[in-house]
Design a protein around this ligand. Structure first.
Ligand SMILES: *[C@@H]1O[C@H](CO)[C@@H](O)[C@H](O)[C@H]1NC(C)=O
Ligand SMILES: *[C@@H]1O[C@H](CO)[C@@H](O)[C@H](O)[C@H]1NC(C)=O
Ligand SMILES: *[C@@H]1O[C@H](CO)[C@@H](O)[C@H](O)[C@H]1NC(C)=O
Length: 306
């Protein structure tokens, strides 16, 4: 009897605390699952030995060293009561039509708490991971979680519409048609373009798509650009630079020509797809750059990172 009542109470309680934040949640998605997995796979393929080793240590055994298997974890837990504080870390709201990002002005949560945005989160978790080399002395932070958050947010900061306008919630409230079905502008950039590319150009084979992206930065389209992508003399100011790139792309390519009720199809897809692919590649290359610096055992690298 007691057990039954307890159970009933517990399930009602769960609906209240888990269901409620879910209703209030605005940005349900980040770069799609596929986008995050690709960003993390690209990064992992570029890791040096020290970083590879650290990651193997930090990840739970059941993923067998595969970072991409847990890169979507921050999206899965953001509605949990315990992790509600992470909700605003997935994006940045910038002033409508300003097409600019100013860290002091824009990096806060809806209550004005400073640093609670995707750029602040990247700095935060990078700082935490820098303690890894000091051994297990850092008991304040869970470095496994720090690794997963950093890996995920490096993807999000490169999704242009994650640095969007405040009143339309980064394009979430701009309802439109993607070809024949209903969608919204934010979701077009999170997922639709990636899914359409995979389906139309790669026979739904994501490994093939990933190979094409990797081919384009190792020996192709973007190979000359890699040094500039990785350029980052100060790990703590770089997230601002990447967020500025995103809001600029959001204005120039995301919002451009789109209104509520628009139908987007081939023209939009063909001109934006290359940008989405480049942002996935940049996110991966830069995540690897950070992880290599943070976990490197050479003192020179550490000096450059801090
Ligand atoms: C940094 O991470 C800690 C948890 O490890 C969290 O309490 C804090 O709010 C985070 N701050 C930002 C800006 O992400
Ligand atoms: C760190 O976080 C992970 C994921 O939430 C959890 O499974 C693990 O038990 C935590 N580790 C410690 C030492 O608290
Ligand atoms: C790779 O580059 C080729 C040649 O420029 C281009 O046609 C293709 O769309 C690119 N693939 C990706 C995934 O960016």
């Amino acid at each position: 009897m007691m057990g039954k009542i307890g159970g009933l109470f517990r399930s009602t309680f769960l609906v209240l605390i888990v269901g409620f934040p879910f209703i209030l949640e605005r940005r349900v998605h980040a770069w799609s699952k596929e986008g995050h997995i690709m960003t993390c796979k690209i990064a992992q393929s570029l890791l040096e030995r020290d970083a590879q080793h650290a990651i193997q240590n930090l990840l739970p055994d059941y993923v067998d060293g595969d970072l991409s298997a847990l890169c979507t974890w921050p999206d899965q837990i953001r509605h949990w009561y315990k992790y509600r504080w992470t909700s605003s870390l997935h994006f940045i709201d910038t002033p409508d039509n300003a097409c600019s990002f100013d860290y002091q002005r824009d990096c806060h949560d809806p209550h004005g708490k400073k640093d609670m945005c995707v750029a602040g989160a990247i700095k935060n978790f990078t700082t935490q991971l820098l303690h890894y080399k000091e051994g297990s002395s850092d008991r304040r932070h869970n470095l496994t979680e720090a690794l997963l958050f950093l890996s995920h947010f490096m993807g999000d900061i490169h999704q242009p519409m994650h640095v969007g306008f405040t009143s339309d919630e980064g394009g979430n409230t701009i309802k439109l048609h993607w070809y024949r079905h209903k969608s919204n502008l934010h979701h077009v950039w999170d997922r639709e373009i990636i899914l359409t590319a995979a389906k139309e150009l790669y026979g739904k084979d994501y490994d093939l798509l990933l190979e094409d992206i990797e081919g384009n930065f190792t020996d192709g389209l973007w190979s000359d650009d890699i040094p500039s992508w990785k350029e980052c003399s100060d790990l703590f100011s770089c997230p601002t630079k990447w967020a500025v790139e995103s809001i600029n792309i959001a204005c120039k390519w995301g919002y451009k020509g789109v209104e509520d009720g628009t139908t987007l199809e081939d023209d939009y897809f063909n001109s934006r797809m290359p940008i989405v692919m480049k942002r996935l590649a940049q996110g991966g290359v830069r995540l690897a750059m950070i992880l290599n610096k943070v976990f490197s055992h050479s003192h020179e690298e550490l000096a450059a990172a801090t």
